[in-house]
Design a protein around this ligand. Structure first.
Ligand SMILES: Nc1ncnc2c1ncn2[C@@H]1O[C@H](COP(=O)(O)OP(=O)(O)OP(=O)(O)O)[C@@H](O)[C@H]1O
Length: 337
């Protein structure tokens, strides 16, 4: 059996602004997600992480447009499906998305249970309200969430509990792939841990078969992800296992990202490590960018970097998008250049 649950190939999506300009938010993204794996997608705010997630769900509503590329869920290119088929047969069942700040989108005037009934009935119209609430209660308990939450209003729950409730609801139909967009930001540390524990439990119990975890905090992914893709200005600039990307980043951006973080965690931060910021700002995604998108902020850039688009370069099972050879880059990192 093909273990590839998701295969994305050279995906381009953009926003059309009111003044007719195009924001090239996702520009040539390719990756695969296999059963049993958690892929972390990391990058600064505005690099296109959420747009990529929306794109994978086929949520192409203006101003977001699909330009080209393949999004294949278990071999089926969802861009070739009618939206209604995608909505009923794929969304929530094959792939589910927890948007950023989803917990704040729960209707405060409706009980959680009523919301659950609405969500499930779209996909399983034959189930009665009672059956849905029984099924939800069992699932909640199995995820260590008290089933009485179903009788509560969102305002009665803490932020952490609300987020875990949203995750439980989003996975009620056992989606094979779960995309969680910044699911732990805006939560206190203990709630963050509880959310991560729940996501791990969903994987371990095989409620979900694979996950994409989006965050701007690269080191957080060490605790969550098997593999990491680093995104910069609409492109993936590096892919590898979590350990490789965090402890041995190849691309100058990933390297700079690891050098610019503040984490009170011995494993990541030795006392001798200096914290650097990444000077400059990402390019304007409305403009055509000819060369490497990181060139203007890269300490190693040379003329050729600004002249031609830089292709992905494989290194074993890893990938990075840079003109400089790996050994050369590593040498420079060692010497702190
Ligand atoms: N509705 C929109 N119209 C036009 N441009 C948009 C729209 N939404 C996002 N963008 C632009 O698309 C690019 C990618 O944004 P996106 O929200 O996907 O980034 P992100 O990495 O998820 O950032 P954040 O973590 O802050 O949400 C940015 O340049 C952003 O300004």
């Amino acid at each position: 059996m093909d273990s590839k649950l998701l295969a994305v190939e050279d995906l381009h999506t953009y926003y059309r602004t009111r003044d007719g300009e195009h924001v090239h938010a996702v520009s040539g993204v390719s990756f695969e997600l296999e059963e049993g794996r958690v892929l972390g997608i990391a990058g600064e705010s505005g690099c296109g992480k959420s747009t990529l997630a929306l794109s994978l769900m086929g949520f192409y509503f203006p101003p977001l447009y699909y330009k080209s590329g393949v999004i294949a869920i278990r071999g089926v290119d969802i861009m070739k499906l009618e939206y209604e088929k995608l909505r009923v047969d794929y969304l929530g069942k094959e792939i589910s998305y927890i948007p950023q700040a989803a917990m704040n989108a729960l209707n405060p005037t409706r009980k959680i249970g009523d919301f659950v009934v609405d969500v499930v009935q779209v996909h399983r119209p034959s189930l009665t309200e009672k059956e849905i609430l029984t099924m939800a209660a069992e699932r909640f308990e199995s995820l260590n969430l008290p089933s009485r939450i179903l009788r509560a209003f969102p305002t009665e729950l803490s932020g952490g509990m609300k987020q875990r409730t949203v995750i439980a609801i989003s996975t009620l139909l056992d989606p094979k792939i779960l995309i969680a967009d910044e699911p732990t930001s805006a939560l206190d540390v203990s709630s963050q841990k509880a959310v991560i524990r729940m996501l791990r439990l969903l994987m371990r119990e095989r409620v979900i078969k694979a996950m994409i975890f989006i965050t701007h905090e690269l080191p957080l992914l060490y605790h969550v992800a098997d593999d990491i893709a680093v995104m910069y200005a609409g492109q993936l600039v590096e892919k590898g296992t979590a350990r490789e990307v965090i402890f041995d980043p190849l691309h100058p951006y990933s390297h700079a990202l690891m050098g610019s973080i503040l984490v009170p965690d011995e494993e990541f931060m030795s006392s001798s490590r200096t914290i650097r910021t990444i000077p400059g700002a990402p390019p304007n995604l409305k403009e055509e960018i000819r060369g490497c998108r990181f060139a203007d902020r890269c300490p190693y850039a040379f003329d050729a970097c600004r002249e031609h688009a830089v292709a992905e370069r494989p290194v074993g099972k890893r990938m990075y998008r840079c003109l400089i050879d790996v050994e050369d880059l590593k040498e420079r990192y060692v010497h702190g250049e």
